[in-house]
Design a protein around this ligand. Structure first.
Ligand code: PLP
Length: 442
């Protein structure tokens, strides 16, 4: 009997006991290799001393001071560390407690930006199908994953969705990558014109689609055209880096690999590496100055925003990434993992695509490689894979609905940045074994 209202009422979950490096151990002493960082969270593994010490030092001085009364050294330091990694257009960070809060804050910041400018009619968001931006009502409303939206549809603010940039499924064989990028990005322009530019506030997008589509990066030139369109129609570009940011792609921000800068960036998950819940919105000067020189007050706020202990953990996380050259490690180990996965899995008849960047990799599963027909929904491949992987001592993140929220399956991998070659061997061996075992029933 459990008094906890779990995510799944009928799931039998092992009880976690302790973490050590890239492994988690349950109360029965079983080890699990963490190949997904939970949900792309545990970037430094599970026992990082520097982060724990930084949190302890903050708790011993003062565990909490409300941001309506005080600022704190760790929040100031964290905001500076984040801005130093960006162009000189970014000088202000709004600190919250998670990804959904970051997205909610960015949506309201976008709205207030236009209200401050006297453009109150700008009230519509455009996002993409198959995106996920969080589970609070505002973030869920802009998200484009039908399955997640369905039960709550009637209470969601209307928002608008264009197709994702998803080359494996949507690029035609007659099209070059550049032509496809342009076609996909121009859907945004068409949608803005349909709604009227005077009504559109912002375009919300994950630079690399995470949970809902399995590490799908944009094709080259896509974001350059998106930026042009946003500029032309006075629409803010909000990039949601909650999952793909803080180094996961091999660069601190995933958008660094694109030819476009956002106006607002959302961060969370890896920012505190799981040691503390924390999220952030980084605003460019254009947005910040409209609010600063207007009402001078962002009409938002949460009790636990800029929590001192969470900020201490995030400062230590970023300093560790910098001091231990972990972005380079992500690129190196990511290339190795990708190569080993391709070697072990490409020959399997149900592995359609292996994609992603850095240590953020998606494996799309299909019933037929040639036609790319998805596995039947009734295979419950995602649930069975997750369960069997756990049986085999592996945590990975399989998901259904890859193509349209219902059809399609993928497995997402997002291991800690401290992963070593021997762990990669173990990961690939266990994943290949799991896939082969479960696929016998497809
Ligand atoms: N945005 C993206 C891209 C995410 O992947 C997630 C969570 O998976 C969120 C937002 C929501 O973050 P949280 O679960 O911390 O509220």
């Amino acid at each position: 009997m459990s008094y906890v209202f779990h995510r799944h009422c009928h799931a039998q979950l092992p009880i976690i006991d302790r973490g050590e490096g890239v492994y988690l151990f349950d109360k029965q002493g079983r080890a699990y290799l963490d190949a997904c960082g939970g949900a792309a969270v545990s970037n430094l593994g599970h026992s990082h001393q520097a982060v724990k010490q930084a949190m302890l030092a903050q708790i011993e001085r003062v565990p909490f001071a409300h941001t309506g009364f005080f600022t704190c050294e760790n929040s100031e330091r964290l905001a500076e560390l984040i801005c130093r990694r960006m162009s000189d257009q970014f000088n202000h960070v709004y600190l919250v407690s998670g990804g959904s809060e970051a997205v909610e804050s960015a949506l309201k910041m976008a709205r207030q930006y236009f209200v401050e400018r006297g453009l109150s009619e700008k009230s519509q968001f455009i996002a993409r199908q198959q995106s996920y931006h969080g589970n609070t009502l505002g973030a869920l409303a802009v998200g484009g994953n039908e399955w997640r939206r369905e039960p709550f549809k009637n209470i969601l603010q209307p928002s608008h969705h264009i197709a994702p940039c998803y080359a494996y499924r949507h690029q035609q064989s007659s099209e070059s990558e550049w032509e496809y990028s342009l076609r996909a990005a121009n859907e945004l322009e068409a949608k803005i014109l349909e709604l009227g530019a005077e009504n559109v506030m912002a375009f919300v997008v994950e630079p690399i689609v995470g949970a809902t589509a399995g590490a799908v990066p944009a094709t080259q030139g896509y974001f350059r055209r998106i930026r042009e369109i946003c500029d032309q129609y006075d629409v803010l570009l909000i990039m949601d880096e909650v999952m793909c940011g803080v180094g996961r792609s091999g660069h601190f921000f995933a958008f660094e690999q694109e030819e476009a800068e956002p106006d607002l960036v959302c961060m969370a998950k890896g920012l505190g590496a799981g040691y503390q819940p924390i999220g952030a919105v980084v605003a460019n000067d254009k947005v910040y100055q409209a609010i600063e020189s207007g009402s001078g007050f962002f009409q938002h706020g949460h009790t636990f925003m800029a929590h001192p202990v969470a900020c201490a953990a995030a400062v230590a996380t970023i300093e560790t990434i910098e001091q231990q050259a972990l972005l380079q490690a992500v690129r190196q180990q990511g290339a190795r993992l990708r190569q080993e996965l391709e070697y072990a899995l490409t020959g399997l008849p149900f592995v359609g695509d292996i994609r992603g960047k850095g240590l953020f990799i998606g494996i799309e599963l299909v019933a037929d490689k040639e036609s790319k027909a998805p596995l039947k929904v009734s295979t419950l491949a995602d649930k069975k894979l997750k369960q069997q992987a756990m049986e085999n001592g592996l945590m990975c993140y399989p998901m259904a609905g890859t193509i349209d929220g219902v059809n399609g399956h993928h497995v997402l991998l997002a291991p800690p940045f401290i992963i070593q070659p021997n762990h990669i061997d173990e990961l690939v061996t266990k994943l290949a074994r799991t896939l082969k075992e479960v696929s016998r029933e497809w």
